[in-house]
Structures are given as C-alpha cells and as structure tokens.
Design a protein around this ligand. Structure first.
Ligand SMILES: *Cc1c(COP(=O)(O)O)cnc(C)c1O
Length: 365
C-alpha cells in the first residue's frame, strides 16, 4: 500500500492524525472521450472515486479513513451518524465500521422513496447497522441526545459521533489528500492540470477539501460545487467555515502545513441544478444520468446526475476551447447485489417498510 500524498508531503501529519487505511488509493483518472464532444472542451477527464474502496466506493471512503481512525484512537465500540433514509454516507459508514468491528448506528430522516433508497437500506442491514428513522430535523436531534444519554446510562460506552456526510474538518482532510493525489497524477503526466473540476456538493466536505488541497498543491484549478442540498448543509458561509477549520486542524497537527486563504476566485457554488430539492429528480439531471450511462458510467439522480448536468450545460455554453475539464465521480460503482440478495426488508424497523410498499412516483434512483 502506498503512502498518502498528504503524509509524504507533510510527514508530521502522518504521526499526528488518526488514520486507518480503508480505500483503494490512488483512484484512477481516465479520459472520458465519449462525452467530451458534447462539451466543447479540449479534454474531459473522470476521477474514478466510484472505485475508491474494495467493499464500497464513492466519496465517503476518503473521509472515513480519518473519521474511523479517530473512533479507533478514542477506543469507541460504536459510531453514530446521520443522514437521509437512503444516505450513501450512512451506508459507507455502516460497511467500513462493520469491517473494523465497530457497531454502526444510523439516525435517519425521511426522503423521496426510490430504488437507491431501498438498496442502501438493505445493504445497511446486511452490514449489521442499527438503522432508525425519525420524523424531522428537530426530532432527529432530540432522538440523538436521548440515544447518547441512554448509552451513557447503560454503560455501553459513548459512541463516536460522525456528522452528516462525514463533513467534519477531520473527514474533509480526506479530500485535501485527494487533491494532492490528483496533483501527483498531473505531475506524473497522467492528465493536464484541469481548468475546472465539477463535483456534487451535499455537506461540502468533498468540494472544500479539494479546494484546500489544490491551493496547497499550487494548481490553478477552479472547483465548481454543484449544490444538491439546501442551507445549512451547503452554503458559501459553510464553505468558508469548513475551509478555515480544516486548515487550522492541519496546521495544529503539523506547523509545516502552509497558511492558505480561501481562494475566492477559484470557487463557484452553483445553485441552479438543485431543482425542487434534495433527492428530487430534475429533467437535466435525469438526462445527464442517461448520457453518462451511454458513455459507460453509472451515475444517479440525487448527486452526480445534477453535477454532470451542470458540467454539460456550462461547458457547452462557454465560448472558446483549450479547456481541460474534470468530473469527480463521487458515486459508488462497486457491486453490492450479492450482499443485498439474502436481505428481507421486514428485518428493518417498521418505519422503513413504506419505502418497500409504496410507489416511487416514477423517480429515478
Ligand atoms: C455524499 C455524496 C456527495 C456529496 O459529498 P459532500 O462531501 O457531502 O458534499 C456527492 N455524491 C455522492 C454520490 C454522495 O454520496
């Protein structure tokens, strides 16, 4: 296994930060010729974080390497996290916590039903996670407090708490490393320095970590974060705060980590591809998923379809050429069918059963 680029550049971080290797890193970067023509870009590239881990890919693995590393250092026997019913983050946490022998508890809030939600729930069940569905945001906070208090009372030990999406500063460090990984691939001649990276933004750890890492690497790349959630999960203020907190964490851990200001000119947050809300399909997103499929890549409608829709619309409308564009694929493509096959939704708490008995209203996963 190779040393993380973050650790080889800043050896002080290797000893100061909690870390457990979970992923298959570095992830490949490949030319995406089949879609390049539609954009007018000189070249279109795909960063394949869909195969970032052996058990389950996608963007959460990089965050969990640090977050679950911290849970282990803390000596926690369980981790508690949050998400929508079909949360990829809750699922990734369940799978990798389970692999480390940690119990995973997921506090979930309702979302639009669909095939992805059903698959993720069954896969979480297969991973042995405790899944609970709560009414709304206030309810989930109240339930969390009760849950944690109950754990203290029962003496079972305090769970290690991971925020929604894993976008604590420590989780964001995983994407600082990801940007340095990309910089190494540029330096090795695998691709030109991208002019722009398009990436979906749910809780911002991915886009903000990339922005910080690119600044440290000295790359001139712009990050276009395509919002798929509403504030406070995604907002310009959140980006600045998370950037500052992550940079501060890294400088505390290793004073050799440089002081970097938020690169205003290299960050764009696009609001115009969200549509009616989180997990709700848009026509442009659905079309982008179909175009990706015909170009050999499986995306979904909640995150990556909206991000690709933005890339296609913005780049096609941009005059001139010579642009090198990168799409950061944040969606898992490691097959999960085997693990799900034997699972029966009746084993889930009753609150979840409606995702399996009610119709979806024709929404793509
Ligand atoms: C969680 C997730 C994102 C968003 O990442 P953030 O770091 O929360 O912004 C994007 N794409 C997919 C497929 C995800 O599961």
């Amino acid at each position: 296994m190779s040393v993380l680029p973050l650790f080889s550049r800043f050896p002080g971080l290797a000893s100061a930060l909690p870390y457990v290797a979970l992923g298959s890193l570095p992830t490949p970067v490949v030319r995406w010729s089949a879609l390049a023509g539609a954009t007018g870009a000189a070249s279109l590239w795909l960063k394949q974080d869909d195969i970032s881990g052996p058990l389950y890919g996608g963007n959460k693995v990089r965050k969990l390497e640090f977050l679950l590393g911290a849970a282990r250092v803390r000596g926690a026997g369980s981790v508690l996290t949050f998400g929508a019913a079909g949360s990829n983050h809750a699922l990734a946490t369940a799978i990798y916590a389970g692999a480390l022998g940690l119990e995973a508890i997921s506090m979930m809030v309702p979302q639009e039903p669909g095939p992805t939600v059903r698959r993720n729930l069954l896969r979480g069940l297969a991973a042995g996670a405790s899944l609970r569905l709560h009414g709304g945001r206030g309810a989930v906070r109240g339930a969390t407090v009760a849950e944690v208090a109950g754990r203290f009372a029962s003496g079972a030990g305090r769970p290690f708490i991971i925020p929604a999406g894993g976008s604590a500063p420590l989780g964001t460090v995983g994407f600082v490393n990801a940007a340095l990984e990309l910089a190494d691939q540029v330096a090795a001649g695998e691709l030109p320095a991208p002019d722009r990276i398009y990436v979906a933004s749910g809780t911002m750890g991915t886009c903000v970590g990339l922005l910080l890492g690119l600044a440290v690497a000295g790359l001139p790349t712009e990050v276009v974060a395509v919002r798929v959630t509403v504030a406070p999960y995604t907002s310009p203020e959140k980006a600045r705060r998370l950037f500052a907190r992550t940079a501060a964490l890294l400088r505390r851990a290793d004073p050799a980590f440089p002081q970097v200001a938020f690169p205003e000119a290299r960050f764009t947050l696009r609001d115009d591809f969200l549509g009616p809300g989180y997990g709700r399909a848009t026509a442009a997103g659905t079309e982008a998923v179909a175009r990706a499929a015909s170009a050999g890549v499986t995306l979904e409608g909640t995150y990556t379809g909206k991000a690709l829709a933005c890339l296609l619309a913005v780049e096609a409308a941009r005059a001139g050429n010579g642009r090198n564009i990168l799409f950061w694929n944040t969606y898992n493509s490691v097959p999960q069918g085997e693990a799900i096959k034997a699972m029966d939704y009746h084993q889930l708490p009753a609150d979840f059963h409606r995702y399996f008995t009610e119709s979806d209203g024709g929404l793509p996963g």
